[in-house]
Design a protein around this ligand. Sequence first.
Ligand code: MIC
Ligand code: SF4
Length: 644
Amino acid sequence: MGKNIVQKILDAHLVSGKPVPGQEVAIHIDQTLTQDATGTMTYLQFEAMGLDAVKAELAVSYVDHNTIQIGFENADDHRYLQTVAAKHGIVFSRAGNGICHQVHLERFGRPGKTLLGADSHTPTGGGVGMIAMGAGGLDVAVAMGGGPFYITYPKVCLVKLTGQLQPWVSAKDVILKMLEIFSTKGNVGWMFEYGGPGVATLSVPERATITNMGAEMGVTTSVFPSDAETRRFLAAQGREEQWVELLPDPDAAYDKIVEVDLSALEPLTAAPHSPGNVIPVRQVVGMPVQQVAIGSCTNSSYVDMVRVARILKGRRAHPDVSFVVAPGSRQVLQMLAREGALAGLLDAGARIMESACGFCIGNSQSPQSGAVSLRTNNRNFEGRSGTKDAQVYLVSPETAAAAVITGVFTDPRDLGLDYPQVTMPDRFFIDDSMFVFAVEHPEAVEVYRGSNIGDPPRNEPLPAEIKGQATIKVGDKITTDHIMPAGQLLKYRSNVPKYATYVFSPVDPTFAERAAANRDAGIHNIIVAGESYGQGSSREHAALCPMYLGVKAVIAKSFERIHIANLINFGIVPLTFVDPADYDRIQDGDELVIPNIRAILGEKALISVENHTQGVEIPVEANLSERQVKMLLAGGLLNTVSQK
Ligand code: MIC
Ligand code: SF4
């Protein structure tokens, strides 16, 4: 039988394992990327593992998250990143060059290749026909050193696109429609492959908007074919020779097929506080809006920005709306500046931000209390904007621009304007001077370590039994932003003891102190959670910092892919309730014992959790590969790699 695109790329990169859905396989990684917020820990771990030169074809280190630089911490981290990159042969993308996913797509994304990134939106690269996946920094460090990446061989869903987008409806509405269909949970173990006649109507940046937000559904990644449109994009980026055609075989099979008629879509929005709360814009028309923020790795391409500029041409931002624009890359910003669209945005009253993550990660532009904020980014988790009671709605650039003019939620089709026809240019403005490529004498480079940078902490081997407390019990869909918030705290990413004092602070500000006290008294901490634990970001700090506080196990109804891998990488045992109803048989603070865990972990048998407070025994299971069991016994990946 023929192969689909996912199978073609994965099978060409298979290192070991059987390409059967549900089985663990090892995949060779061609390219890696990191950003500064995950990057410092990635490279510290790369160094701690004793890995020397980079073996991946290409490794790029971006600085895009922590560019606020209030205090010395961010700038010190940037210097560490630049020097460690120079020493090991990593391409360094300087602050100001743009958001990692946007820039990587522009300058390095290649059809048919694999990309592993220490950021959950790495699947943006699927827009150009690569298998691009997010992972924790430790996994990226291993891949940089030439080691394989382990995934569950995916089930593949074909998303058959038909028809054509109508004026004022754009790629963001396609992915919001997908989120309406699939929601943010229950998709672990799947990859999405886009196909059908509608594909040819979408440019690569539009495709990238769609694959970017696949992350919100929890799929491992999403991929588009590499076709004539892909070739046109690469040619416009001066890289046509890197094009290869990549289509499914005519008799390719899929585990599921869904059809989305592009012609039938309308402007959509994800209402607070989940990207899965999708409703039509027309349901909220008229709601006053206090902030509009356009940018992020989802919607900050040249076409997105020019379209907004054209819609706003000759118009002004409503006086009640704070209007923020962050072009996704220096390339986009330079083109806007050279072609005059930037002046148009300024005329309209835009507050132009650096080409960086900025408002998306809540480290700037927090809206006023209780504000309705329309944003073109991909996540609207409660408090992520930096304002706990803000109401963040995720929208397309068109819907965002409409609200800038009117000051209220507006279906852009009701503006009564002609839809500005903006197409991808035949040639982008290319200037790679903000990259630092290989230096001449890497051995002579001295790695700079500011006082904010500490050694990555290591776990101890798994104890014979876990004996402690349900230190916290949380509900469904707990995101890594709940576990380890970012925003203003981002500057502590390289300083685990400090950052760890904020674990679970949005949910229970007493957690970190209680957990540390337990740890110091020899009491193990156990987290109890509902469905889909660990949604969202790839940040390994959501496992690393709890590990530092003495968390030994998480018992949940279900886990998200990247987070469960991070827990195992740091030696925290992920356990799943056999009967989800047993979640109700553990209360906050209960005394729990998991006897003999070390001996039975690899036996694929049921594991019993004794709840001494309630006097019950609860069966749980650990679905682990042999490799994962070894890692947990050793107390994490860092210990197993160093043992080798
Ligand atoms: C995010 O969008 O949540 C982030 C910030 O980019 C994270 C990475 C991080 O926490 O550093 C992600 O998506 O993985
Ligand atoms: Fe940056 Fe936001 Fe994209 Fe994360 S989702 S990489 S914070 S722009």
